[in-house]
Design a protein around this ligand. Structure first.
Ligand SMILES: *Cc1c(COP(=O)(O)O)cnc(C)c1O
Length: 378
């Protein structure tokens, strides 16, 4: 089955008992047992629910994993995954990961005795330099957030493997439609399904998958033991979103490239960060490991102080956190998604106060460009 077909027919795509072409929402917490311990595969919905199970099989099929796991949010999935590592362990963490992921490391996991070193994962020499005897994992995002840096997954995963590290990749920005980290050597893929997989800004969810049977067994244990599972209604919404992922990602990519080209040519714009632009320093790498460049981009204005008034003048782009929905959104990472990162560290990672991030939706490209144009004129 090819990718676009798999989005619709992969995993469990219909109901075995009724033939319903949409997996029903099994709104139940428990299941009748024929005899003690004798059941039809489900005992209690934290441990397993047929609607959630269908979504879990789907993400595994799309990413090339052996098993999938659905959580109540991206962060719940990331947290459960990171509880694989014991106190005293050390993790190499990409320095421009999602702000909430950084907060999880710095304010939650640090209390349990897990330490980390921030690295620019797009420079593999930094990985080598930051290794410690107790380093257990490499955690990264590519394209990264909000600067759209690209990490060479094949190279980094091979380097990590050499040192016995588990490579974990947050594939939220690319989605399995554009990139499959497990095929490039990663061990675990995490997603905020809230974004492109759901695709309609109406549900919060997280997905995790791995191609290692041992890690799958451990993550499955943690999912049930910690309990941050996704409910059946939300599992159904994510499955519905995934069915149209191909057409949406194609439209996001086309619009984002058009918007990036417009911004790049605009006299008031300083830098544009979009991996689909030939001028992006990692364009060739992005081309080699991705099947497209996605819908996220960021840019700076020559006059940083104009960023806030520019945003206020926008009419179609909505000022909001989040990304990956059909509607275009705009945000200022330094003040919004990345506000929990100390300023000095944020600036060091290149996230300036005037950096504007766009989640380019699937509206008419001409309307998006006209909106940006009028807001830039001021
Ligand atoms: C939003 C996001 C998360 C967190 O996911 P939630 O569903 O909001 O918990 C993690 N990683 C990336 C890249 C994100 O954009």
């Amino acid at each position: 089955m090819r990718l676009q077909t798999k989005l619709i027919h992969g995993g469990i795509s219909e109901d075995a008992t009724t033939g319903a072409v949409s997996v029903p929402i099994y709104q139940t917490s428990t299941y009748r047992q024929e005899k003690v311990g004798q059941h039809k595969g489900y005992e209690y919905s934290r441990s397993g629910n047929p609607t959630r199970h269908a979504l879990e099989e789907l993400i595994a099929a799309l990413e090339g994993g052996v098993k999938g796991f659905a959580f109540a949010s991206g962060l719940a999935g990331i947290h459960a995954t990171l509880t694989l590592f014991k106190s005293g362990g050390h993790i190499l963490l990409g320095n421009d990961v999602y702000g909430g992921t950084f907060r999880l490391f710095s304010q939650v996991l640090s209390k349990t005795g897990l330490t980390y070193t921030l690295i620019d994962s797009s420079e593999s020499a930094q990985i080598q330099a930051a290794l410690q005897p107790n380093t257990k994992a490499l955690y990264l995002e590519t394209p990264s957030n909000p600067l759209l840096k690209i990490t060479d997954l094949k190279k980094c995963a091979a380097l990590a493997k050499e040192h016995g590290l588990v490579t974990i990749v947050d594939n939220t920005f690319a989605t399995p439609y554009l990139q499959n980290p497990l095929e490039l050597g990663a061990d675990i893929v995490v997603h905020s399904a809230t974004k492109y997989l759901g695709g309609h800004s109406d549900v919060v969810a997280g997905l995790v998958t791995t191609n290692s049977p041992k890690l799958a067994q451990e993550i499955g244990f943690l999912q049930n033991a910690i309990g941050g599972v996704l409910g059946p209604q939300d599992s159904w919404l994510i499955q519905r979103g995934i069915k149209t992922l191909a057409v949406r990602m194609q439209a996001h990519g086309k619009n984002a490239l058009g918007v990036a080209r417009f911004l790049q040519a605009h006299p008031k714009v300083d830098k544009v960060y979009y991996p689909g632009l030939e001028s992006h320093p990692h364009h060739a790498l992005a081309k080699s490991q991705m099947r497209g460049f996605g819908g996220m981009l960021s840019f700076t204005l020559k006059d940083e102080a104009q960023a806030a008034p520019f945003i206020e003048r926008l009419k179609i782009f909505t000022l909001a956190e989040s990304l990956g929905g059909v509607e275009s959104l705009v945000s200022v990472p330094a003040l919004m998604t990345h506000a929990c990162i100390p300023k000095e560290q944020r600036l060091k990672a290149g996230v300036s106060d005037g950096l504007v991030r766009l989640s380019v939706g699937i509206e008419d490209m001409e309307d998006l460009i006209e909106d940006l144009d009028q807001a830039l004129k001021g």
